[in-house]
Design a protein around this ligand. Structure first.
Ligand code: SF4
Length: 678
């Protein structure tokens, strides 16, 4: 169905959740140029360094997987598609539902994630399906859904410029969501106020009215202190609280007992600065909170998100242009993968698998019986693999062996699998452990939709033919489904899959390929005449009334001690993306950041007799890695900072898999470590 493009092909950037629209210039079947789309309401023609320079080299890289691979006598051997698919099916067929699990992908399209979870549920008869949202915004889904009824970003990127004040908490916006970072910088230059709370002095601190360099894991203390100050000083929005929320009295009671001095001790921030931040946020209307992994990747991530929701409701900063709570999604389609039900407890549209009526609707549409009990989440799957309860795993587009916590434990667990099939564009650390590797196409070689961080469903368009014998993820999963089930997977293009999605997903019911062909549409869009929803919770919350929740501070699982005296906090850089499989194959980006570094405060470096660029060993209770030291003014003594983009320094060997009891997210942001000069 491929038609050679006559001009540039308009599609979506494959990197972050901002979802900038890009034009791909094609010559002789190859991408030769990338430019921003001037008509796109998010990016208006702008692209960051990854979007502009980080695409064509990885798409056409000689490392691309071009043929299916089957491991024979410890070596991968190229095979034909039929043979690889038959082999994978013959293996997967052997296992009972409780013995298999599927990992979906925040980089695959909506259509692909829909098919992956359908394959898990309808074919393998298991709800053991999850994806990397478990490692990023799972607490947003649990925390905001409890408070508001929806776990999504409340505002649009475009209306954020109407904020009179931005409170950026646990997010490095200029580096991880660069176009939003740029918009905030502009708004601040035009008079908006800016409060930043982050253990790392992020680039936006330069423009901040107040900077709170909090200790990692102290968010509940900071947010509760701000709420207490706002309440005590009468800066709350009583009318909003009375009309739009419930459980306020109980929350107010909890603030009475709250000890501000303890907040100072735990956060490491002077009380005057917390006061200044609270007053600025509460008195500037409308105000927006933007947050990311710094809030969620904790063993009490759900509490952190609840505390964010409390602060916004207390001040009435919800449901208006420039006023809201905005969890910034990391990967380009992590919102869509969640929307499509690539989660263990919900079908597409967050419809619970345990609800008999919901299941009956899907059973009737798919013509199969579905399992009613919620499945295992990502790290629970790994635990079950380690116990040899789960024996077979199908991983699509996720490099678990760099992104997950406690990698030594993870590797030991994955080695116990009887069968691992990995679907990806490159051989990676996870695929190396597989029995079968299925080569998939990049974003540029397929049709479909992505849903960005502001809930905007946008069209992805095929610009070039698949490289080698690679195939779109949806095609591969459909082939497996057809072979194992025989029905429900007979799709010949992504449009047909999207039509099935909208017939079963109320928030996507009014969205069609035709309606999103130019600038996309934001869900919820329940009918064909509905215009989409740029701002959530305008008249009422999705759940009716917003609900306050008194949250109690719990410390991180690990604190510094004599053996492990530093706290490692992890994050991302502007030049690389997540596990770096794409950006490390782009020469310019590799030159800008060629390797992992360990950022350490000058006084700590002096104490350890470490100089800039020295090689150091970093060890936690779970393992060690080596990195070059970088003496940095971005962090305070006692804390060190690393990214996780490089396999040579697999930072997640150090991180802690202890997890939030509700959201099941691991505590990737806080690990006690020691540092030794090599
Ligand atoms: Fe791509 Fe995000 Fe950069 Fe936009 S901001 S160009 S979506 S990486």
């Amino acid at each position: 169905d491929y038609v050679k493009p006559e001009g540039p092909v308009s599609t979506i950037c494959p990197y972050c959740g901002v979802g900038c629209s890009i034009n791909l210039e094609i010559s002789r079947g190859k991408i030769v140029g990338v430019s921003g789309d001037l008509n796109n309401p998010i990016s208006n023609g702008r692209l960051c360094v990854k979007g502009r320079y980080g695409i064509k080299e990885f798409v056409h890289h000689p490392d691309r997987l071009t043929n299916p691979l089957i491991k024979r006598d410890g070596e991968f051997v190229e095979s034909a598609w039929d043979e690889a698919l038959e082999y994978a099916c013959s293996k997967l067929y052997q296992y009972r539902p409780e013995e298999v699990a599927v990992i979906a992908s925040a980089k695959a399209t909506n259509e692909e994630n829909y098919l992956i979870q359908k394959f898990a549920r309808a074919v393998l008869k298991t709800n053991n399906v999850d994806h990397s949202a478990r490692l990023c915004h799972a607490p947003t889904v649990t925390g905001l859904a409890a408070a508001f009824g929806s776990g999504a970003m409340t505002n649009s990127i475009g209306d954020l410029k109407e904020s009179a004040c931005f409170f950026i908490l646990g997010a490095n916006t200029s580096e991880t969501h660069p176009i939003i970072g740029f918009d905030i910088k502009q708004a601040v230059k035009n008079g908006a106020k800016l409060v930043v709370a982050n253990p790392v002095k992020i680039p936006l601190v330069r423009y901040a009215d107040v900077y709170l360099q909090i200790n990692p894991g102290s968010d509940v203390m900071l947010l509760s202190a701000m709420c207490k100050i706002i309440n005590d000083e009468g800066l709350l929005d009583q009318e909003f609280i009375d009309q739009r929320t419930e459980e306020f009295d109980q929350f107010k009671k909890s603030l009475k007992k709250f000890d501000l001095e303890q907040a100072v001790a735990v956060t490491g921030v002077p009380l005057e600065d917390i006061r200044k931040a609270a007053r600025l946020y509460a008195s500037s209307k409308p105000a927006s909170i933007l947050y990311a992994m710094g809030v969620t990747q904790h063993r009490h991530g759900t509490d952190n998100v609840s505390a964010v929701a409390n602060l916004a409701m207390l001040t009435g900063n919800l449901g208006k242009p420039g006023g809201g709570v905005n969890p910034l999604r990391g990967q380009n389609n992590v919102q869509g993968a969640c929307d499509m039900g690539a989660l263990p407890d919900v079908l597409p549209g967050y419809q619970k698998v345990s609800d008999d009526q919901v299941r009956a609707r899907f059973e009737s549409a798919w013509g199969v019986k579905l399992p009613p009990a919620p499945g295992l989440s990502l790290l629970e799957i790994i635990d079950a693999v380690d116990r040899k309860q789960i024996k077979a795993l199908y991983v699509v587009g996720e490099n678990l062996m760099l992104s997950d916590p406690d990698l030594n434990h993870l590797k030991k667990a994955l080695m116990k699998l009887e069968f691992l099939v990995v679907q990806d564009i490159f051989m990676n650390e996870t695929a190396e452990l597989a029995r079968v590797v299925l080569p998939s196409t990049t974003f540029a070689e397929k049709e479909g939709t992505f849903t960005n961080t502001e809930r905007r469903v946008q069209r992805l368009r095929k610009a070039i033919n698949p490289v080698g014998y690679s195939k779109p993820d949806w095609w591969i999963t459909a082939q497996l489904g057809k072979r194992l089930c025989g029905k429900g997977f007979d799709f010949s293009n992504s449009t047909q899959i999207f039509e099935e999605i909208r017939s079963l997903t109320p928030s996507y019911a009014g969205i069609t390929y035709e309606r999103v062909q130019n600038n996309g549409m934001q869900w919820p869009c329940p009918s064909i005449n509905h215009p989409g929803t740029p701002i959530l919770h305008v008249e009422a919350f999705t759940r009716g009334k917003g609900v306050f929740k008194a949250v109690k501070y719990l410390p991180p699982a690990e604190s510094p001690d004599t053996e492990y005296p530093f706290i490692l906090t992890t994050g991302r850089s502007l030049y690389h993306f997540h596990t770096g499989t794409m950006t490390r194959r782009v020469r310019g980006l590799k030159q800008l950041q060629p390797m992992e570094t360990l950022e350490i405060a000058a006084t700590d470096a002096v104490g350890l007799e470490i100089e800039d660029n020295d090689l150091v060993n970093v060890s936690s209770r779970r393992g060690s890695v080596r990195a070059r030291a970088r003496i940095s003014k971005r962090i305070k003594p006692g804390t060190i900072f690393m990214t996780f983009h490089f396999p040579e320094t697999a930072t997640n060997i150090l991180t802690n898999a202890v997890r939030d009891p509700v959201a099941k997210i691991p505590e990737l942001k806080v690990a006690a470590v020691k540092i030794e000069k090599v």
